[in-house]
Design a protein around this ligand. Structure first.
Ligand code: FAD
Length: 308
């Protein structure tokens, strides 16, 4: 119920104005967001890289409704990639891109514009020697995002995709994506989805996650296990062993600010641990999805409003 309310609020203009105008929100947001500038992104990346973690950077923004905003987002990614190169961080950090932030929902030619914009980001990433992963948004975008992924992979075979275990289609998508060189991030899924397309209970989502993991670990691609769930992380490690995978043939991923000790522990035991680091001013949708994932975060948020 709380999850549904928060996810509905994540797309409400009124709720957004209310939450953003509360100055006391900021310290809580900072738990999940690296900061608002590219300098913040570079600082946090260098701290994480310093203790052996890898990074994927998200310039925050989604559901862009005008072309100039989409272009500004591309420019922000190009600046970020140049800064990663200058700081010598490109081998440790890639970027994650939401296609809706680069034009996918624009009324005229949205998909074409998003493909063109994603291409510009991929070209720049290729020049500095790093990779790009396309985030996955709600289920109405899945076909479009996977279509754009196919086009991008023709020129940039290292572009990664995200699949969401809560969608009933995802096991089949995993079969199609688990091919040589294919980087696939498996997550549970963070949006409000109807029962016609998505499993609704945690138990069903977890079972689906394990079925998808089995397909990806047995396949020829590069699985990226994105979860903070200790049980699923342990199962992923067992399946990787059973498939005879070397530690460098798959990776674990977690979100900035969530289970940092576990992130360090996984990196220290010799696995690749990549941290998803969002930065920028458009934190509202991302922040609300993090609150929705865990009721304790809401309590933490309300407590800080009461005590700050
Ligand atoms: P859960 O069962 O939700 O959580 C397991 C445990 O992890 C919890 O008990 C708690 O201890 C901890 N935990 C989980 N979430 C939180 C939180 N917000 N705050 C504090 N503790 C928490 N979703 C998409 O739909 N599209 C994407 O492109 C996408 N990209 C992602 C990239 C990465 C690297 C990661 C890690 C997640 C991504 N997600 C994405 C979000 C994902 O779908 C889940 O919503 C999120 O990871 C929570 O699921 P979980 O697997 O951690 O399991």
């Amino acid at each position: 119920m709380l999850r549904t309310t928060l996810l509905a609020a994540s797309r409400s203009h009124g709720a957004r104005k209310l939450v953003e105008s509360t100055p006391l929100t900021r310290p809580v947001v900072e738990r999940f967001v690296a900061g608002s500038t590219v300098d913040d992104a570079i600082r946090v990346t260098s701290e994480l890289a310093g203790d052996g973690r890898y990074v994927t950077l998200d310039h925050l923004g989604e559901d862009t409704a005008d072309t100039s905003q989409a272009t500004a987002t591309v420019d922000a990614y190009l600046r970020l990639l140049r800064r990663l190169e200058t700081a010598g961080l490109a081998p440790k950090a890639e970027v994650s891109v939401k296609l809706s932030a680069v034009g996918q929902f624009l009324p005229a030619d949205g998909e074409k514009i998003a493909l063109h914009n994603a291409r510009r980001i991929c070209s720049a990433a290729g020049v500095v020697g790093t990779t790009v992963t396309l985030d996955m948004e709600d289920h109405t975008t899945t076909d479009s995002t996977l279509g754009i992924l196919r086009e991008l992979r023709a020129d940039f075979p290292w572009v990664g995709a995200v699949v969401q275990a809560y969608l009933k289609r995802t096991e089949q998508d995993c079969h199609e994506l688990a091919s040589q060189g294919s980087r696939v991030r498996l997550c549970k899924g963070a949006y409000q989805e109807p029962a016609s397309v998505a499993y609704q209970s945690k138990a069903e989502v977890d079972l689906s996650y394990v079925r998808c993991l089995k397909v990806l670990m047995a396949g020829a691609g590069y699985p990226m296990v994105a979860s903070h769930d200790p049980r699923l992380i342990a199962i992923a490690a067992e399946l990787a062993n059973a498939a005879g995978r070397a530690a460098n043939s798959y990776e674990f991923q977690m979100l900035y600010g969530i289970r940092p000790e576990e992130q360090r522990r996984i990196a220290e035991r010799g696995n690749t641990m990549r941290v998803y680091v969002p930065y920028g001013d458009e934190w509202y949708g991302y922040f609300m999805r993090r609150l929705a994932e865990r009721p304790a975060n809401v309590a933490f948020f309300l407590r800080s409003l009461a005590t700050t």
